[in-house]
Design a protein around this ligand. Structure first.
Ligand SMILES: Cc1cc2nc3c(=O)[nH]c(=O)nc-3n(C[C@H](O)[C@H](O)[C@H](O)COP(=O)(O)OP(=O)(O)OC[C@H]3O[C@@H](n4cnc5c(N)ncnc54)[C@H](O)[C@@H]3O)c2cc1C
Length: 441
């Protein structure tokens, strides 16, 4: 029997878990699993805020693919096109020419990218918060701004350096804002030139509430907590422009800022535009509850999707509802999908995915949090503890769990690390300067 080839596009929450399960359940004679991702690691995104805040080493919030997926073939590269009619994908490896990979079954899981708006200046001055690179950059940049502010005698420059703007009040934005403010406040003890009152942390949110994933009273509690920390919370307000860092808001206010973080939602990966899969009006691949791709009422044989790029009906809610883009759904969908692929390969029926969203946990900095899980609401320390234990239990591999707990323990005893490694962003600068021919200096 020729093994079936299963191509996994993207090794994030969906791709990694699906590949792991498939490779455990199917023998080498039944299937060959090929995983393609431009990164050599899976990023556990819920830990990005803690990685940016220095509570976890950034390296420990990612999972190396080759180590985890030993029974799969890992290709570091991007899928640039899929012709499902011909069951062929074009892959651009990190080096060399584009390769064509033929497959029998495909899992499309490239996730999502930041959903931006055509706001003047955003492309030039903004940064997203979805990748480990962005989290590391932001941490170095924010700490670097403290050094700039401490060094300058110019009060306008200092004010600008210490103004941090976050646009979007979902869990990614709120956690990133709260964790980074907490870290910066902790770092200020080493900056006698600066006081917490010099900092300005601004949240810009277009709707009248934050954290739509939890009940309004929990969102209101979160706003109260942030206000108590002297943050500037602008609800019902939009970012209108930020050309050259001059932030202009829809409430008429305007001020310069060196840091503008865009966390206002996600949209499906643009890679899907180069495929022949059916999509809904939001650009997501249309799926059956079994996670099979569906065109109208016709299942597309051999094609599966889940996670942020897929419209998966939520059977626990009223008809017409879809699963939210969350790690919680992505990981469970991945396991269901892998089991369904095994079923189909063995001539059995696939089973519909069904999971009632358990709720959300969010960290608001050290010892602070908000959580609503299966209707139970928690605030402060218990919520923060829940956030940590939940995510520690969810990050893939024992190796990562141990490293994350070790990071937390070290930070507890030795205090968290608040040093900026800004050189990371231009590591050749010093060598290039030193190695320049004398005539060129
Ligand atoms: C800061 C932050 C905090 C979050 N916190 C939570 C939380 O607390 N709880 C929760 O439930 N959810 C949380 N989420 C959401 C959650 O992380 C996502 O819903 C989840 O990652 C979606 O999984 P996915 O597999 O669809 O996409 P991803 O995990 O993003 O994986 C997509 C993968 O596809 C790869 N890829 C992209 N393009 C290509 C291509 N062309 N070819 C091959 N591979 C490609 C990417 O490199 C990536 O590895 C958070 C998200 C962020 C950004």
């Amino acid at each position: 029997m020729n093994p079936k080839r299963i191509l996994v596009v993207g090794a994030g929450h969906v791709g990694l878990y699906a590949a792991l399960r498939l490779s455990k359940r199917l023998g080498a004679r039944e299937a060959e699993v090929i995983v393609v991702d431009p990164q050599p690691h899976m990023t556990y995104q819920p830990f990005l805020p803690e990685a940016a805040a220095g509570s976890i080493s950034p390296r420990h919030s990612v999972v190396p693919l080759r180590r985890e997926l030993r029974r799969c073939t890992v290709v570091v590269g991007a899928v640039t096109q899929i012709d499902h009619a011909a069951k062929t994908a074009s892959v651009q490896p990190i080096v060399g020419p584009t390769r064509e990979i033929r497959y029998d079954q495909v899992i499309i899981a490239p996730g999502s990218v930041s959903r931006t708006l055509p706001i003047p200046g955003l492309h030039e001055c903004g940064i997203g918060f979805k990748t480990i690179g962005e989290a590391i950059y932001l941490r170095n940049h924010v700490l670097d701004r403290l050094d700039v502010a401490a060094a300058t005698p110019d009060s306008a420059l200092r004010r600008r350096a210490l103004t941090f703007v976050f646009v979007g009040g979902g869990y990614a934005g709120i956690e990133a804002l709260a964790e980074m403010e907490d870290m910066t406040r902790a770092a200020l003890r080493y900056y006698p030139e600066l006081s917490p009152d010099d900092m300005r942390w601004v949240l810009v949110e277009a709707t009248q509430r934050v954290l739509p994933e939890v009940d309004p009273d929990m969102g209101a509690y979160t706003v109260q907590q942030l206000l108590r920390r002297s943050m500037d919370i602008r609800l019902g307000t939009r970012l209108e422009s930020c050309v050259d860092g001059l932030v202009k808001l829809s409430d008429g206010d305007s001020f310069p800022a060196d840091t503008i973080v865009w966390t206002a939602g996600v949209k499906p990966s643009p890679m899907l535009d180069a495929t022949d899969f059916p999509r809904d009006e939001r650009g997501r691949i249309t799926c059956e509850p079994t996670l099979q791709v569906v065109a109208g009422d016709q299942v597309v044989a051999g094609a599966w999707s889940a996670g942020d790029c897929a419209a998966v009906p939520d059977l626990t809610k009223e008809p017409g509802s879809y699963c939210s883009p969350s790690a919680q759904h992505a990981v469970r969908q991945a396991n269901r999908m892998a089991d369904n692929i095994v079923n189909v390969l063995r001539g059995l029926e696939p089973v519909p995915y069904q999971h009632r969203h358990a709720g959300s946990v969010a960290s608001l900095g050290l010892y602070k949090g908000v959580a609503q899980v299966y209707g139970i609401k928690m605030k402060g320390l218990p919520a923060w503890f829940m956030h940590r234990t939940y995510h520690m239990s969810r990050i893939p591999s024992l190796n990562r769990k141990v490293r994350v707990v070790a990071d937390w323990t070290l930070a507890f005893f030795l205090k968290r690390e608040v040093v900026a490694l800004g050189q990371l962003h231009d590591p050749r600068e010093e060598f290039a300067e030193a190695s320049q021919p004398v005539s060129a200096r």
